[in-house]
Design a protein around this ligand. Structure first.
Ligand code: FAD
Length: 511
């Protein structure tokens, strides 16, 4: 299918539209077609095989960053009012230039000088995603000497939808401007391409970012707070005993290809879902999923049709779903499903892209990545080493939303790493790391517990979830409030007896 065909196909979908709860008739739009629109290759590369066979995350095949520059965003919160189901006014993505300066990692001389003054950093953070940047910021604003180590050069591509829900926005450093590519006011839901229906909100539900831009901006913020950054360095391991460690208050961070380790009083592992630091700490995972994604540049007419609206498709495999997240001139189209179903997951993405009428557009990046959710009793620290974000398996099990978990746990890890760095003995260090674990488990751990139950229900009964969100206004209101950050799913279950009873009934093991 040619690009023109694909663009035209959006108006030829078999769907005849849907009626909203308030009686508003919705016309079908791009992505709402019921049947496959046929033809063409999705252009996805064969990434999941690598992930499946290697047992680790598939390498991101990108590197191609379609963005020409960051866009200015917003920091305002969302208000909490009843959903009306009426068409909201969509504010288009703001194209103002965010004026990002040179790559924040380009200061190695500086770093070496600082190291020469005092060879032991207070806090070394491994990995410069949202978790690492957040940890580095938190420790740097506390006035500590902080070094952030990142194996890639920044900006770097990251396989991610870039959906920024309320809790992510609320966890950003003060004054940080989100480089939003779009603001979402409507969600189209479908059940494996059928029963399509769009729900709308007058208020913004969540924002969409390009991860390369978000992550680079977060690192810049940490640098402005005083953190130093080294990019292009891979941490191969950490040592807390042995000849590389000068004393019991120090951790040696060993870099690939470098003889001299970096020394720190405390280390934060934020090195993502295939974390080496997580392995050192002993983090165990109990849910591993494979996400496949394509960045698809589209003509303006197609981009305009998606502006302000996302699509969520409950997929054919247990626990799977797909999404279309618009980012201006590019659509991020992805699917996620349990690891071990690589070929079926790939087929789901191809079918999904095909029936959206997007198969004729060549993706600029096709990639895959594993997401991992921690086992509940997994450790969050060992000695003077803490883990956060994906490295700790902190991720919402149902939606696999992880940016807010990374930002929130990263900030906590940075704050508690400062105290670990100050600890004079192992007992004191242990106390501080226990405090960190308690803080994570009391907040994110509780959210993950509810997310696990939601995942179980969703895996067994996707149709019921779809019917509730599209046909039962209170369920949509909760979803909208959850995405805006007005409530967490844990809040809903704790405070709403009807929701609690419904979850208890649906989550009961089936005989
Ligand atoms: C397909 C897909 C779609 C997703 N969509 C969303 C979404 O829309 N919204 C959402 O909230 N979440 C989403 N997530 C989850 C989200 O991407 C992650 O939870 C989030 O990136 C975690 O942030 P992090 O900082 O912990 O790890 P990462 O963002 O993975 O950052 C880790 C960093 O560590 C670096 N690193 C790794 N190893 C080393 C090493 N040995 N030495 C030095 N540096 C190292 C990496 O290069 C990387 O920069 C999605 C995930 C997938 C797979």
């Amino acid at each position: 299918m040619s690009s023109e065909d694909a663009a035209g196909a959006e108006g030829r979908g078999g769907d005849t539209g849907s009626t909203d709860a308030d009686g508003t008739k919705e016309e079908p739009r791009a992505g709402e077609a019921n049947g496959p629109l046929g033809g063409g290759s999705s252009g996805t590369s064969d990434v999941e095989g690598a992930a499946e066979s290697a047992g680790g995350p598939a390498d991101e095949t990108g590197g191609a960053d379609e963005a020409s520059g960051p866009t200015a965003g917003e920091t305002e919160g969302t208000e909490e009012t009843e959903e009306t189901g009426e068409t909201g006014e969509t504010a288009g993505a703001d194209d103002a230039d965010g004026d990002v300066s040179a790559a924040p990692g380009s200061v190695p001389d500086d770093v070496l000088e600082a190291e020469a003054d005092d060879p032991v950093w207070d806090v070394v953070v491994v990995g410069a995603g949202p978790a690492g940047a957040s940890a580095a910021y938190a420790a740097a604003v506390a006035g500590r000497r902080v070094l952030l180590l990142e194996k890639a050069e920044l900006p770097r591509y990251k396989t991610c939808g870039g959906g920024i829900i309320g809790p992510s926005r609320d966890a950003l450093p003060p004054g940080f401007e989100l480089p939003l590519r779009d603001r979402v006011f409507a969600v189209t839901f479908s059940l494996n391409g059928r029963l399509t229906r769009t729900r709308r909100s007058r208020q913004m539900l969540f924002g969409l970012v390009n991860r390369a831009e978000l992550d680079e901006s977060l690192v810049e913020y940490a640098v402005k707070a005083g953190a130093r950054v080294r990019t292009g360095v891979t941490v191969s391991r950490v040592e807390q005993h042995g000849s590389a460690v000068p004393d019991r208050r120090t951790v040696a961070v060993v870099l690939s290809g470098e003889k001299r380790p970096v020394l720190a009083r405390a280390v934060v592992g934020a090195d993502g879902s295939a974390s080496r630091i997580g392995a050192h700490v002993g983090v165990k995972m109990d849910q591993v999923d494979l996400g496949l994604e394509a960045e698809i540049p589209v003509p303006q007419s197609v981009a305009e049709d998606w502006s302000g609206r996302v699509l969520v498709d409950w997929g054919p495999l247990p626990g799977s779903y797909g999404w279309v997240f618009p980012k201006g001139d590019t659509l991020t189209v992805g699917v996620i499903s349990a690891r071990g179903e690589g070929a079926a997951t790939k087929r789901y993405l191809e079918d999904f892209v095909g029936r959206l009428g997007l198969a004729g557009f060549e993706p600029s990046v096709s990639s895959g990545h594993l997401t991992r959710c921690r086992a509940e009793d997994s450790p969050l620290s060992r000695g003077r080493v803490l883990v956060c974000g994906d490295a700790a398996g902190l991720l919402e099990p149902w939606t696999r939303e992880g940016i807010s978990f990374a930002l929130r746990s990263g900030r906590l890890a940075g704050e508690w790493a400062v105290r670990v760095a100050e600890a004079h003995d192992a007992v004191d260090a242990r106390q501080q790391t226990l405090n960190y674990a308690f803080a994570v488990k009391a907040g994110l751990g509780v959210e993950m517990g509810v997310g696990r139950r939601m995942f179980n229900v969703f895996s067994r009964r996707p149709g019921m979830l779809h019917a509730a969100l599209t046909g039962f206004r209170p369920a949509w209101n909760v979803f909208a409030q959850f995405t805006r950050g007005a409530v967490s799913l844990a809040d809903v279950v704790r405070t709403n007896p009807v929701a609690r009873r419904a979850l208890d009934a649906l989550d009961r093991p089936q005989s």
